[in-house]
Design a protein around this ligand. Structure first.
Ligand code: FAD
Ligand code: NAD
Length: 464
């Protein structure tokens, strides 16, 4: 006899699990969730999106004071130690946990604590930290177990100078120099943060460009501003071994170079949390990175078992995970009220911030689409001059004949917010998805939104 019986059991309480559980509960399903951590919220709340963005904001506030002539003239200079900046971030994590725990409570979704593994197609066994076990039966399952940092066996992560994106949140001292290995989003974001804290940062990239899926102009801007801020970037380099010394690390590269620093942040990839889940009992086989294959409806090889979020691989974003969770539950309910997840914008919280949606120039050129470009430089906008955030640009790509908006690429302060104005237009059906909206609409002044009007006019002026 099972200890619990549900219509749906969701495994994991990150954004993917929450989206799935709430959508199903709101539509009348009897839902239970399983979470192996003491607190709900997932990697997103405890070691991913939330603490990294809260830490970034704490650093940013300190920088704003230290870079402002207004404060410098009054002798104000703030030097908050790293552990205190982390404390600010932890406050946000607690608020998020409380808020999200309330969602499960209010919607009568019990949280069963422990690690879930399948025993057969309709049962998972949940093993708590104290070893106690509960059998849970359900008609449907959503696996939303997320991912963890990939750790090569040759690196000693127990060394106090070696970190990954989980353990860096436990750094209990200031570091004067840092090597960031891996120039994906995590590597670039943390490299920015530590450079803003004045650490000497070396960013090592295995490829020949940073974040190469972005528009070239944005990649160039990011590389330029990283270097302008004093970051050292090494492209096309791979590590051979990491040597830990009494006061830091030496990273040996395959090219023969040796780099020394107070600490190493390993930020090269993540592995899906699919091991130890008894997936062989239900005919589901993860790939070599632990990712679970799914079809367009997010169903695994067993159609009553869905998988969402980081455990299914790219885009591996909190934003997408939540929507995938909602879509999966909506699909099992037979509803069509949640659309499949596509057109996911990118929001990268480096300095400068980056956000984009739609096609890049490279893609449009390869597809032979006749397009034109409109630019707006932040330094020419009144709002950016007032706030002193003049680094940045909005770039619109649009069809030369129909004026349809095809791509939006932005860098600079608030880029991840600014993108959504364009997104609202870009995703309208024709003929409402053109840049005409930006030239025929009155924007508040002074705002950053004005960048859309400036960029649209700039692009229209290029047409002949
Ligand atoms: C440093 C960093 C910064 C990031 N910044 C951003 C950002 O700015 N914007 C953005 O959109 N995304 C960001 N991401 C990505 C984002 O955090 C993830 O995409 C998101 O957390 C994925 O959500 P999820 O629900 O799939 O899984 P998770 O949030 O990882 O949650 C999975 C949960 O499942 C639980 N679990 C795992 N296995 C079991 C089991 N067998 N039984 C029971 N429970 C289990 C785990 O304990 C965990 O609580 C960042 C990630 C990192 C690491
Ligand atoms: N602001 C944001 O939206 C944000 C911030 C941080 C992280 N994230 C998400 O987290 C995910 C992970 O970030 P990342 O910086 O590690 O980037 P990434 O996925 O680009 O990985 C970096 C490098 O590691 C390699 N790699 C990945 N998984 C591996 C594995 N299991 N084994 C060996 N090599 C592997 C990749 O091929 C890549 O070269 C990304 O998909 C990203 O979208 C998003």
């Amino acid at each position: 006899m099972p200890d619990f019986e549900f219509d749906l059991v969701v495994i994991g309480t990150g954004p993917g699990g929450e989206g799935a559980a709430m959508q199903a509960a709101k539509h009348g399903m009897k839902v239970g969730v399983v979470e192996r951590m003491k607190m709900i919220g997932g990697a997103c709340t405890h070691v991913g999106t939330i603490p990294s963005k809260a830490l970034r904001y704490a650093i940013f506030r300190m920088m704003e004071v230290n870079r402002s002539q207004q404060f410098l003239d009054r002798g104000l200079f703030v030097d908050t130690p790293f552990p205190d900046l982390l404390k600010a971030a932890k406050g946000v994590v607690q608020k998020q946990v409380l808020l999200r725990a309330g969602f499960y409570e209010r919607n009568d979704v019990p949280v069963i604590h422990g690690s879930a593994h399948f025993v057969d197609s309709n049962h998972v066994e949940v093993t708590d930290a104290d070893g106690s076990r509960k059998m849970v039966r359900a008609k449907y399952f959503v696996i939303a177990t997320g991912a963890r940092p990939y750790r090569p066996a040759s690196i000693d992560f127990s060394n106090p100078c070696v970190f990954d994106s989980d353990t860096i949140l436990g750094l209990n001292r200031d570091v004067k120099s840092l090597i960031v290995y891996g120039a994906g989003v995590i590597g670039c974001e943390y490299a920015s943060m530590f450079r803003n804290l004045n650490a000497k940062v070396t960013l090592i990239n295995a490829r020949d460009k940073l974040l190469e899926y972005l528009d070239d102009e944005i990649i160039d801007a990011l590389s330029y501003h990283f270097r302008e801020h004093g970051m050292l970037i090494k492209h096309k380099e791979e590590f051979e071994k990491v040597e830990c010394t009494h006061d830091g690390v030496i990273v040996h590269l395959k090219s023969g170079k040796k780099l020394k620093a107070d600490a190493l942040l390993w930020a090269a990839g993540r592995t899906g949390n699919s091991d130890g889940m008894g997936l062989d009992k239900v005919g589901v086989e993860p790939d070599s990175r632990g990712n679970i294959p799914v079809n367009e409806n997010l169903q695994t090889a067993a159609p009553h078992i869905y998988a969402v979020g980081d455990v299914i691989g790219p885009p591996a974003l909190a934003s997408a995970a939540y929507m995938q969770g909602r879509f999966a539950s909506s699909h099992m309910l037979g509803n069509k009220d949640v659309a499949p997840v596509k057109n996911v914008p990118t929001g990268i919280y480096t300095s400068p911030e980056i956000s984009s949606l739609g096609k890049t120039e490279k893609e449009l050129t390869a597809e032979k689409v006749p397009y034109e470009v409109g630019h707006s430089l932040f330094r020419s906008l009144a709002r950016a001059q007032i706030t002193g955030q003049a680094v940045g640009m909005l770039k619109l790509l649009f069809h030369r004949e129909t004026l349809e908006l095809l791509g939006i690429h932005c860098f600079g302060q608030q880029a991840s917010e600014i993108i959504h104005i364009g997104q609202a237009i870009m995703l309208q059906p024709p003929p409402h998805n053109t840049i005409n909206y930006f030239v025929n609409t009155t924007f508040n002044y002074p705002t950053m939104a004005e960048a859309y009007r400036v960029a649209a006019l700039n692009g229209l002026n290029r047409l002949f």
